[in-house]
Design a protein around this ligand. Sequence first.
Ligand SMILES: *Cc1c(COP(=O)(O)O)cnc(C)c1O
Length: 445
Amino acid sequence: MNHERSRELYDRALSVSPGGVNSSVRATMPHPFFIERGDGGHVIDADGNRYVDWVMGYGPLLYGHDLPDSVESAVQSHAAAGPMYGAPTEVEVEHAEFVARHVPSVESIRFVNSGTEATVSAVRLARGHTDRDKIVVMRGGYHGAQESTLVEGSPENPRPSTKGIPGEFAKHTLPIPFNDPRAAKEVFAEHGDDIAAVLVEPILANTGIVMPVDGYHETLRDLCDDHGALLVFDEVITGFRVGGLGCAQSKFGVTPDVTTFGKIIGGGFPVGAIGGKAEIIEEFTPAGGVFQSGTFSGHPVTMAAGKATLEYAAENDVYEHVNRLGRKLREGIADVCAERAPEYTVVGTDSMFKTVFTRETPADTTDSCADGCRQDADCGRYDTCPKTGADVAAAETDRWERVFWQEMKDRGVFLTANQFECQFTSYAHTEADVEKTLAAYREAI
Ligand SMILES: *Cc1c(COP(=O)(O)O)cnc(C)c1O
């Protein structure tokens, strides 16, 4: 595979932008390949190489690179009408109505421009609503590039996970391990009167894919209710992907007070949103006293793309298709692993999949969740499967990035380069893409 032009472009990029990229995960080793265009479930790079694309823009692309006609024409007509106005448009009302109709917890919604902006605003909203400062987050959870959540450590000793955040800020964030009800109860016993919100991904989806253990979200729901804190589900990645149009909250049957969205809800354009009970969301200005504003918020092109995307999914077999391919991949990869690497754990649900390169072979490999780890206590792998962000981080993360990812790339399969981010199926992917990918897995793993 020739990568000459990508190497040249990267060389130029390094002269004018930090690390040569605009988002850190894109700086793959030894250099990223630059994309020329998409084609269905594939991308073609600057040197003309074609890859099956399971990265899907890191989550937003439910249809791959071929938009349904209705989405494409909605985008084009709104772009042609003049891109944006600084005054409201009908399409943002229609998009809000659609989301409120389909997502159990959403009565009212504010659209913003990124998932990060959504979680920043949700944290401010929770603090304003409760008149409290502290936020509980999960270790290994991800809520975008924001001050309140780039925090690691423990409730007793929280510290910023990056340079540039004052230690004083981090003190208001209490990181606990995911899937550990006892740690959640302890943090509320200690800090209950100061906790504004628990901010949690319904499924850890940026550190492997870790499903909640039975009853975990119910425990969080009860603790929040008992202590007057808000339960905030960060569905930026799971929203309109897991659980179909009802999102992960409908799959798990737990109703958060506030939900953050991003990715798919903008149909491939920059987006975020904060939805929930009207009495809470209406604390945003100008209805209430929590300041929130944005030049590009509710951008007509994004709103048109997002609305047409979700409407198309409501009227076609989109989730059936993407979930079926997701299952085929997970089952197929589980077969490959059973043969070649029984210590590895296949994770994922619906249209998300990943293989965590866990190190320990379970005593009983016969009876595992073939369709992705479910955190099922009766499963033979339960003692060795990853249940927290730390468990995923303890896997062979370097092997994924330095060997396996490269080998898959050389075989024309594009996965996320690090061990932590997950892969996605789209409506444009085919059975042939799955077969090609499984054949590559068999050789590369
Ligand atoms: C991607 C993601 C974000 C950040 O969204 P951006 O649009 O990248 O700012 C926040 N939370 C979760 C769960 C995400 O997956």
